[in-house]
Structure formats: structure tokens, C-alpha cells
Write a protein that binds this ligand. Structure first.
Ligand code: NAD
Length: 542
């Protein structure tokens, strides 16, 4: 390590990590700049994006047409869909590229991530605008997505520098070091709901730890993934180290997951697909000489408990933000509210008023808080749950999407009261703007209901009682617990994110130990006692 790098490293360690600030849209100049970016990106819609293997653009006859969920006749882009042959080529290429990439110094790999982050800052509103069009993200949500992607780059760059220092545990006559080496080829399979942040997080974690990466983005967000790939390429990362492999999950997924040449699968998405991948990856074909590792971040059925003494103004605001931000399409979204009996009726009344005041419409409009859902399949699935809710419980908000349904994939916000804990509305992940409100006699019952789902991702409680808040810490089974605040919006490092039970396997994204999953720890022990002097052959002659 050079002196300058050493000085930089000491300076970095001394400074606390800073998250990328979110844009302040109350400032006119930011609103104007964002509107200009939307206009600019609108002019670029409808282009074609090939997949890229070893730096070469590859087309095939099959493609994925990415539509704007706010205006379903508008094509955001057409992306080449990879075949199984392409997947096999990508793995072969990644295997070769890995042998060189693993030799690049960790500090140098960290610098690549910082270059990607810098480019994201330069293109911040443009990237957010792509997400408004491709995924129907409202402005602030799209902006937060870019900020999180930047955070993953800067935080993992920093963490890798720290991990790169071998840990010595020497004794007289014995040198012992502990260090890490990369695993090999990592397949990254990502969802559409944080189209830039999650794909970036998994990809750069694999890259900075010295692995070669095959990026398989979700079908619905393959254009924004192409933008990430552009930035990776522009940062100068050698061809082949990252492959951009858009395609249909069911078609190319098994070829990627089952390949004996893949070492790790980093997946974020539904429970159904995550469990399938875990099962497929566990099968060892005869030519495979290692056991594959799977990191899977899956779904949630997240609850907020409203205690009888809670500040209802805050609780309502927290529930509404957590339930309806990005139309409830966050794995962390609140989809159950468990209210203690004494607070039940006043809470419901205020929740109804607050939900009805939300602006519902196309994502590109600056005032929109609830935009469309991602696609036709999601719309049909969510509407099925709404039908169940209408049948089995009491709707207190049932917003009709009206004429918007001709235009895009719109589902209005819905709140159902008096939902029974065992009913599908209270047990299944809906992933849309639908909230179930359940009544609890006391705190024991509230905790029992909250813990009755298969998932354990996020959860929260609003209460003024320190004793009850302490009980929540001890008794609520979730990976991320939020007290007296919304349950979405995790920030890198401050709120490392991830769940257990059916919500995930692996440590938390944006946490200090996340990168370890992409590495193999090695311990070397050398006996350094002299055992005779063995001069090199040339010295023999003198
Ligand atoms: P999904 O499971 O349908 O798809 C995720 C990815 O898996 C996509 O790239 C898809 O193409 C791919 N895929 C589909 N079938 C496959 C197969 N057989 N083999 C390999 N890959 C396959 O999920 P989604 O609809 O994109 O995302 C929504 C889900 O993601 C929700 O359940 C949500 O809770 C979850 N999610 C979890 C987190 C978390 O951190 N825990 C974060 C975001 C989203």
C-alpha cells in the first residue's frame, strides 16, 4: 500500500460514514431540474438494449418490452432476452474474467465503486427519471432509490478497504494471518421494486470482493439495469467481469442457478422464487467441486402495533407512509396494523381521513404519492385480494381507480378493518396498496398476532410506554424493528436491512458484515523458527 493510500485510509476510518442526502423537492430549482430530466428521458424512450457478454453486444430474436406502468401503451425500451446458451456463455466468460479480476488490489476495486457512485451523482435525476417511467416510482421514491444505490457503492468500498487488512495473531516462532479471498462467479438476480438500488447493492458487493458477476435484472426493470451496466463499463471495469444478462427468470434462471461453475447466487425477490433457487442450488452435479452459497432476501408481511397510549397523529402518519409509499410495493411495507382496543376507533377514523387525502395518479406528476402498480399480473393479483377483503372484512377506504385503469396499471388505496388474524389478507404478502387493520385486546394478543405470519422482515410499534417498547424489542420477531417511526426507508449503515424466517437467508444489506458472504476466509500459519539456512541455487556458486 502506498503512503498516500495509507494516509487516505487512516482519514477514512476517522470520518463517520455519510449517507447520500435525499433531494429537497421543496426547492424550486430541484423541481425544475427533475422536470427537465423527465422531459429529456421521455425523448429517449423506446430504444433497444442488447445484452452484453464480454463487452460485446449480443442480440437474439427474443426480447422483453418494458412498459411504463403509468401509461401502459408507452414503451420504455426493448431489451434482448437471453437464452440458455447466452447464460452458459456468460458463465464461461465470467469464469475467465474472474482469474484476472481477483488479482486486482482491493483498494483499486474500491476505487471503481467510488467512480460508479460519482457517475450516479452526475446522472442522479436522469436515473431517477428512468425509474419514474419504467417502474412508476413517484419522484421522491425514485430519488431515494438513486441515493441508496450511491450509498451501497460508497459504503461497500469503505468496508472492503477495512476487510483487506489481514488480521495477525502471531506468537514467537509462528506467524498467523487471517484474510479473505473471493468466491468466484456470482449470479445476481434482482427484483424490480428497487430497480437501481438493490441491483447495484448486490452487484457492487460481489465486485468489490473480487468476484465476477452475472447481472440478471427483473424483466420489468431491465432498462434501468442497462443504465447501471453503462456506468459500470464507463468506470473502466474490464470486459467480462460484469455481464448484463436480462432475460425471463423461469427460462434462464435454472441454467444460472444449477451451473457447476457458479459459486454464489445473490437473490432478492419473492419467497416462492427464493426457496426454489435455494433448493436448486443445493443439488450438487457430479462435476461441481464446491457447495454453492445462496443469499436470498425475500418477502414480508409487516405489522405496526398501535398501543393504547400511542400518539395517534404520529401513528397515522407512520402507517400511511409505510403502507402506501410506492403503492405498497416495498418488501418493508406495512400491510397489517394491529391496534389496541382503546385506540381502535379513533385510529381508524384518522387513518381513513389520511388515506383518502393521498394523491393517486401517474408517477411523473410531482404531487403523486400513490402511483400505479408494476404490471397487469400485479394488478390482477392485488384486485383478487381486494375482492377477498370486500368479502371477508369491512372496507373503510376502497378507492376506485376509475378511468385511470384505461391508462395504466392502477389500484386505488384500500384499508380493511376488523380483519381476522388467520385470514389471507392478514397472512399473505399482497405487495400493493392494501392494508389490513386488526383489533387486539391487549399487548400479549398484539404480539401474538404480529408474530403469527411466516415472515420476519420489518415491524414496528407506536407507544409512549418505555416498558411496552422494551417488550417489543424482546418479543417481536422481525429483522428490522422500528419504534415510534415508519417501518420503511432503511438507510445503508444506519439501518442494515434484512429478515429471517421466510423473509430471508443471509446477513443484512448495507450492514458491516454483508460483504463477508461474498468472501472465503483463509487462515495461514507459518512456523518461522530457523531450521537451517537454505540459500537459493545461484548463491551456491559463490
Ligand atoms: P420475483 O421473485 O418474481 O422476481 C425476482 C427475480 O427473480 C427476477 O429477476 C425474476 O426474473 C427472477 N426469477 C423468476 N423466476 C426465477 C427462477 N425460476 N429462477 C431464477 N430467477 C427467477 O420478485 P419480484 O416480483 O421481482 O419482486 C417482488 C418480491 O421481492 C416481493 O416478494 C418482495 O417482498 C421481495 N423483495 C424483498 C426484498 C428484501 O430485501 N427482503 C427487497 C425487495 C423485494
Amino acid at each position: 500500500m502506498s503512503d498516500t493510500e495509507e494516509q487516505n485510509q487512516t482519514a477514512r476510518k476517522a470520518e463517520p460514514y455519510q449517507n447520500e442526502p435525499h433531494t429537497d423537492f421543496s426547492r424550486a430549482e430541484n423541481r425544475e431540474a427533475f422536470a427537465a430530466a423527465l422531459k429529456d428521458v421521455e425523448g429517449q424512450l423506446g430504444r433497444e438494449y442488447p445484452l452484453v457478454i464480454e463487452g460485446k453486444a449480443v442480440s437474439s430474436r427474443k426480447s422483453i418490452v418494458s412498459l411504463n406502468p403509468s401509461h401502459k401503451t408507452q414503451t420504455v425500451g426493448t431489451v434482448t432476452a437471453a437464452t440458455v446458451d447466452h447464460a452458459e456463455q456468460a458463465i464461461e466468460t465470467a469464469r475467465r474474467a474472474f482469474e484476472q479480476w481477483r488479482k486486482v488490489e482491493a483498494s483499486h476495486r474500491s476505487e471503481y465503486l467510488e467512480l460508479i457512485a460519482a457517475e450516479m451523482r452526475n446522472r442522479r435525476f436522469e436515473l431517477a427519471a428512468w425509474m419514474v417511467y419504467e417502474c412508476g416510482k413517484p419522484w421522491a421514491e425514485a430519488d431515494g432509490d438513486v441515493a441508496e444505490a450511491i450509498d451501497f457503492c460508497t459504503y461497500y468500498a469503505l468496508q472492503m478497504r477495512l476487510l483487506d487488512e489481514p488480521v495477525q495473531c502471531d506468537y514467537p516462532g509462528e506467524e498467523n494471518s487471517y484474510f479473505y479471498q473471493p468466491r468466484g462467479v456470482v449470479v445476481v438476480i434482482s427484483p424490480w421494486n428497487f430497480p437501481l438500488a438493490i441491483l447495484t447493492g448486490m452487484t457492487v458487493a460481489a465486485l468489490v470482493t473480487g468476484n465476477a458477476v452475472i447481472m440478471k435484472p427483473a424483466e420489468q426493470s431491465s432498462v434501468i439495469a442497462a443504465k447501471l451496466f453503462e456506468m459500470i463499463r464507463d468506470a473502466g471495469i474490464p470486459d467480462g467481469v460484469v455481464t448484463y444478462l436480462p432475460g425471463v427468470g423461469e427460462e434462464i434462471g435454472p441454467a444460472l442457478v444449477e451451473s457447476p461453475d457458479v459459486d454464489l447466487i445473490a437473490f432478492t425477490g419473492s419467497r416462492e422464487v427464493g426457496l426454489l433457487i435455494n433448493q436448486q442450488a443445493a443439488d450438487n452435479p457430479p462435476s461441481q467441486t464446491h457447495v454453492k452459497k445462496v443469499i436470498a432476501e425475500m418477502g414480508g408481511k409487516n405489522a405496526i402495533i398501535v398501543d393504547e397510549d400511542a400518539d395517534l397523529d404520529e401513528a397515522v402518519q407512520g402507517v400511511v407512509g409505510s403502507a402506501f409509499g410506492f403503492a405498497g410495493q416495498k418488501c418493508s411495507a406495512c400491510s397489517r396494523v394491529i391496534v389496541l382496543e382503546p385506540a381502535y376507533d379513533p385510529f381508524l377514523k384518522r387513518l381513513k381521513g389520511a388515506t383518502e387525502s393521498l394523491q393517486f395518479g401517474p408517477a411523473e406528476q410531482p404531487g403523486t404519492t400513490i402511483g400505479p402498480v408494476i404490471d397487469e399480473d400485479a394488478l390482477l393479483r392485488i384486485n383478487d385480494y381486494i375482492a377477498i377483503g370486500l368479502d371477508e372484512s369491512r372496507p373503510i377506504v376502497a378507492t376506485d381507480a376509475g378511468e385511470l385503469v384505461q391508462e395504466g396499471f392502477y389500484v386505488g388505496p384500500h384499508v380493511f378493518a376488523d380483519v381476522e388474524p388467520e385470514c389471507r389478507l392478514a397472512q399473505n404478502e399482497i405487495f400493493g396498496p392494501v392494508v389490513a387493520v386488526l383489533r387486539a385486546r391487549d399487548l400479549d394478543e398484539a404480539f401474538e398476532i404480529a408474530n403469527s405470519a411466516d415472515y420476519a422482515l420489518t415491524g414496528g410499534m407506536y407507544s409512549r410506554s418505555p416498558k411496552n417498547l422494551a417488550r417489543a424489542r424482546a418479543e417481536l420477531r422481525v429483522g428490522n424493528l422500528y419504534l415510534n417511526r415508519p417501518i420503511t426507508g432503511a438507510l445503508v449503515q444506519r439501518h442494515p436491512f434484512g429478515g429471517y424466517q421466510m423473509s430471508g437467508i443471509g446477513s443484512k444489506a448495507g450492514g458491516h458484515d454483508y460483504l463477508l458472504q461474498f468472501l472465503i476466509p483463509i487462515a495461514v500459519s507459518e512456523n518461522t523458527l530457523r531450521r537451517g539456512f537454505a540459500p537459493p541455487p545461484d548463491d551456491d556458486k559463490t
